[in-house]
Design a protein around this ligand. Structure first.
Ligand code: DQA
Length: 151
């Protein structure tokens, strides 16, 4: 199964960005943890991990992977709360999607309580720091139906 992992704006500065909210792990740490999870998993998973600060680029990346991705993990970051274009892109490709947040968006400012993305996502993982990504990956493998490399 091919899984596209998309990190949205400002997540390239994780580790230095408000560590009291987002933790001390860098994006490289998170990506490494995802790769290690896949390497130690019996499931036949291929990850492609991308980060963009640009809404239109995220829309293009989603569309460009319509024939490649079996699942999408996305932390849309601030675009969660503003982007109908990213929601529409996900609805267009109709690829199972898990929305991810490091922080618990419902325990924060009110403007973060609404997500344009959740309505087109299979589910949301929010509030577990870097571990949100691993939980989301496990959920995606569950959704796609585990195909093990063993026979
Ligand atoms: C975030 C939460 C968003 O509200 C915020 O704009 C982000 C990161 C998170 O991972 O907790 O940039 O998506």
């Amino acid at each position: 199964m091919n899984i596209l992992v998309l990190h949205g704006p400002n997540l390239h500065l994780l580790g230095r960005r408000q560590p009291e909210v987002y933790g001390h792990q860098t994006l490289q740490d998170i990506n490494k943890a995802l790769d290690e999870f896949v390497a130690s998993s019996p499931h036949d998973v291929v990850l492609k991990i991308l980060q963009s600060n640009h809404e239109g680029e995220i829309v293009s990346i989603i569309g460009d992977h319509i024939d490649w991705a079996d699942g999408i993990l996305i932390n849309p970051a601030a675009y969660t709360h503003t982007s109908i274009a990213i929601r529409d892109a996900l609805a267009t490709v109709a690829i199972p999607t898990v929305e991810i947040h490091l922080s618990n968006i419902y325990a924060r400012e009110e403007f973060r309580h609404h997500s344009h993305i959740s309505g087109v996502a299979a589910g949301v993982v929010s509030g577990f720091g870097a571990y949100s990504y691993i939980l989301a990956l496990e959920a995606m493998i569950h959704i796609l139906g585990p195909k093990t490399t063993e026979t």
